[in-house]
Write a protein that binds this ligand. Sequence first.
Ligand SMILES: Cc1cc2nc3c(=O)[nH]c(=O)nc-3n(C[C@H](O)[C@H](O)[C@H](O)COP(=O)(O)O)c2cc1C
Length: 162
Amino acid sequence: MITARFAPQEVSPTVSSPAFVGPEMCPLQLRDVTVANRVWMSPMAQYSAAPDGRPTDWHLVHYGARAVGGAGLIMIEATAVGPSHRCTAADLGLWNEEQAAAHRRLTSFISEHGAVPAIQLQAAGRKGRTSFLGTGWARTTLCTWVTAVGTRSRRRQFPSVI
Ligand SMILES: Cc1cc2nc3c(=O)[nH]c(=O)nc-3n(C[C@H](O)[C@H](O)[C@H](O)COP(=O)(O)O)c2cc1C
């Protein structure tokens, strides 16, 4: 039995009813934001950002497709709040106007299709790095930022992680 805690009044509370709408499809109010349902997309890093951290067409298609598909909320992947807060060189960034404009392309599309755009902000701190995923710790010519700590101290601090 689904209780009134989830189901609005007009929704039949019995699972066997043909009019039954499960709790996952009920709207959720978060202050002034209404999310159409509780099917939300988790943040999943795509490692596909442009070298300057801007979202690319990949992100538009990846997130846009889920918005068109009916997800209630799309949580954009971990997005660095500064150059040194990236965990890979292909992480998304949001620390300047050019990046914000590129993000708006995504959020507009997501909103136009009825989903709520959200974002996971990332401050990598001691886990920051300057390499591409799968290329070890070598710096590339594109990666000019400095992380919070060097590789050696990071290895000492996170022996089981890296
Ligand atoms: C390719 C990939 C990228 C991911 N990136 C993020 C991320 O950016 N932020 C985050 O919090 N979790 C990330 N995750 C974890 C997913 O959000 C998590 O796997 C998802 O919520 C499903 O949960 P489960 O693995 O416990 O079933 C990532 C997972 C995958 C597979």
